[in-house]
Design a protein around this ligand. Structure first.
Ligand code: ZN
Length: 240
């Protein structure tokens, strides 16, 4: 199997389309979505419908939770909160219900997927270093786990000790455990604006990171036309 894992789409339809087209060209046989389908950018309903139609295993992200709830967003970063208020209005009851029903953690084949970390997934903690990854590994009962949430692609490997390595192709080896951050489709934050996702080739036990350009000008214009904070359009080009 060649499984395309993608997440943190954040309502960026142009980036999502680029990723799905590339995955098709790469011979992907299966798809898994790591959550944060909505939030920040201007196409929440279109992205949600596309992923719902694909009917692929999908886990819930914090923006999916916030967009489908009615709780106050006051304590949140004001730019993210403004986008979520707007997103709530763009989705109908049925779409919000679909987001609400997403599960926090799923096992697919013989690997685990979660938006943030397996260590208390509903607290939405960020895994940004090997100590955070160690906490995750205590709750990861499969050899391979995939996550997102930080929007920074990264690989954590647990052998004798846990080490952090750059997001490059990684071969899954006996005796090691892996927690792999697939990066973000719709709002990368590692200084590279291109959409990020991975392909897991289960036969060759190889995880390959992919980066793709897309029509970012259209995405930015839609953000401005929707009256969303300008900063959301600017940050896309910076990859921050
Ligand atoms: Zn996100």
């Amino acid at each position: 199997m060649r499984i395309a894992l993608f997440g943190d789409i954040h309502a960026n339809l142009e980036a999502l389309n680029a990723v799905l087209e590339d995955a098709g060209n790469q011979g992907a046989t299966d798809y898994v979505c790591l959550g944060d389908v909505v939030g920040y950018n201007a196409d929440p309903a279109a992205c949600l419908e596309k992923i719902r139609e694909m009917a692929c295993p999908t886990v819930k992200g914090n923006h999916d939770e916030d967009a489908s709830g009615s709780h106050s967003l006051e304590t949140m970063n004001p730019v993210a909160a403004a986008a979520l208020e707007w997103t709530r209005q763009q989705l109908d009851d049925n779409q919000r219900d679909w987001l609400r029903r997403l599960r926090m953690v799923r096992q697919v084949e013989d690997f685990t997927v979660v938006h943030s970390t397996l260590d208390q997934p509903s607290n939405w903690n960020y895994v940004t270093n090997r100590f955070d990854a160690m906490a995750n590994f205590s709750y990861q009962f499969t050899q391979v786990g995939f996550h997102g949430h930080t929007h920074v692609p990264r690989v954590y490997i647990k052998a004798e000790r846990v080490q952090e390595v750059a997001a490059d192709s990684v071969v899954i080896e006996e005796g090691c455990k892996y927690f792999i951050n697939i990066g973000s489709v719709g709002q990368p934050r590692d200084g590279d604006w291109r959409a990020s996702y991975v392909i897991y080739d289960t036969q060759n036990q190889l995880v390959s990171f992919r980066r793709l350009t897309y029509d970012i000008e259209t995405t930015q214009q839609k953000i401005l036309d929707a009256g969303l904070p300008e900063m959301l359009a600017e940050r896309l080009a910076d990859g921050r």
